[in-house]
Design a protein around this ligand. Structure first.
Ligand code: TXA
Ligand code: MG
Length: 315
């Protein structure tokens, strides 16, 4: 089946098919509320290896394990009170916690890349939830794109990037958040933000009641996937562009209209949800380059600017 890729709506048959495929050691692209994920049984090393092969991903880069509920999460990770507090406030949802790995966790060491920690989250999307419950254990899933490329917020983006390399995509329409999960590592009772994401840093800080330090790019591989050029469109990209040349696809925001706008009303959650979609569109536009209007850095703007900076570094 590995050569055939097809799309169909996420109906109950599609879910059953994905469960059967994953239980048998296969991989499938599934929707989450953040981006589409490329899913495999986290306990099956060969299945997880198929994810790495399909993405062309460096083997040292660990994956997020998706679980259905807090009880299932407890089989994989050790929760301290701080982790429990964040989990009960933000799960199910776009928060990934990096926590100490349980010694007997049912997980291939390929998932953790041999680290003593594990990245884990409970996704809010009903399709992903149904597949995890059907499988009965955790699903490893990175974003369903070729390594180093833009994350997919639509089934069509997955097809574009991985066509011929995966047997199944469940299409549930565009994802609601449009940005990957925020990643928070907790060690020795201290939280650090490893990746800006779909939950604004301010929102996490409000729950913690303390500032949440951001891990620096220079820090020795805190979240190994956060290489500076990790979110690359094919075209070169210019930031803070209030105007553009005819050779550029201009992505607007707020008062800057552009060819298309992230959010003409300057709404940051709307801009986050449209970001990867517009970058994909710009890539396919036939223009020579991409220009992006300034986006403010408060709230979700921090994660948006982080992705844009990485896109510009890699393009
Ligand atoms: O929204 C999301 O998080 C999506 C959906 C599919 O859930 N997934 C996603 O996965 O973005 P991925 O593999 O593209 O990004 C996972 C990030 C990588 O930067 C990886 O290095 C980091 O999580 N990570 C995984 N395990 C880790 C660990 N034990 N310690 C530190 N970072 C870890
Ligand atoms: Mg990714």
């Amino acid at each position: 089946t590995a050569e055939i890729t097809y799309l169909h709506p996420a109906d109950p048959n599609g879910v059953a098919e994905a469960i059967a495929l994953i239980a048998a050691g296969g991989i499938a692209a599934l929707p989450t509320e953040t981006v589409y994920g490329l899913a495999a049984d986290a306990a099956n090393g060969e299945a997880v290896a198929r994810i790495y092969a399909a993405k062309g991903r460096p083997g040292f880069n660990p994956l997020i394990v998706h679980v259905a509920d807090r009880a299932m999460a407890g089989r994989y990770a050790l929760f301290d009170p701080l982790a429990d507090r964040l989990a009960s406030r933000f799960w199910p949802g776009p928060l990934t916690l990096v926590l100490p790995l349980m010694p007997d966790a049912p997980v291939s060491s390929l998932v953790t890349a041999g680290l003593p920690s594990i990245a884990i989250r409970i996704p809010a999307h009903p399709v992903m939830q149904a597949v995890i419950r059907g499988l009965g254990r955790g699903i490893a899933a990175p974003s369903a794109n070729a390594s180093g490329r833009l994350s997919p917020t639509r089934a069509a983006h997955v097809l574009e990037s991985l066509n011929g390399r995966i047997p199944l995509i469940l299409d549930a329409g565009p994802t609601s958040a449009g940005l990957e999960s925020s990643i928070v590592a907790i060690a020795n009772g201290q939280a650090r933000l490893l990746r800006q994401g779909a939950i604004a840093r301010e929102t996490l800080e409000a729950e913690l009641g303390t500032p949440l330090p951001v891990a620096a790019d220079a820090e020795p591989v805190a979240a190994p996937g956060m290489l500076l050029n990790h979110y690359a469109p094919r075209l070169p990209i210019r930031l803070n562009a209030r105007t553009a040349t005819p050779h550029e696809f201009h992505i607007g925001f707020g008062p800057v209209p552009g060819d298309e706008s992230l959010s003409s009303g300057g709404n940051l959650p709307e801009a986050a949800a449209r970001l990867f979609d517009l970058l994909h569109k710009a890539d396919a536009s036939g223009r020579a380059a991409i220009a992006v209007a300034p986006v403010p850095s408060d709230g979700l703007g921090a994660a948006i600017n982080d992705r844009l900076k990485r896109a510009a570094a890699g393009g």
